[in-house]
Design a protein around this ligand. Structure first.
Ligand SMILES: [Zn+2]
Length: 71
C-alpha cells in the first residue's frame, strides 16, 4: 500500500491508501475526482486509481483517484 496526498474537487485534502503496480510513479499530490468521502457522506469507500502516461509517454504516472462506495 502507498499513501497518496489527494486533493478532491471539493478542495478537501486527504491521505488515501492505495495499491498500484510497482512501475507506476506516484506524484506528491494527486487529484481526487469528485467530492471527498466526508462530503459525499458515505462510509467504507474504496479508491479507484487512474493512471496516465507520464512525460515522454514511457512511464505510467498515477493521475487521479476516484472514491467508490463498496457494493
Ligand atoms: Zn470534501
Amino acid at each position: 500500500m502507498t499513501r497518496v496526498h489527494t486533493v478532491f474537487d471539493c478542495k478537501h485534502e486527504q491521505d488515501i491508501d492505495i495499491s498500484v503496480e510497482d512501475d507506476v510513479l506516484i506524484p506528491e499530490q494527486v487529484r481526487g475526482l469528485g467530492k471527498c468521502p466526508a462530503c459525499q457522506g458515505k462510509e467504507g469507500m474504496v479508491p479507484v486509481t487512474g493512471v496516465a502516461p507520464g512525460p515522454g509517454g514511457k512511464d505510467l504516472v498515477l493521475d487521479s483517484i476516484l472514491m467508490m462506495p463498496v457494493m
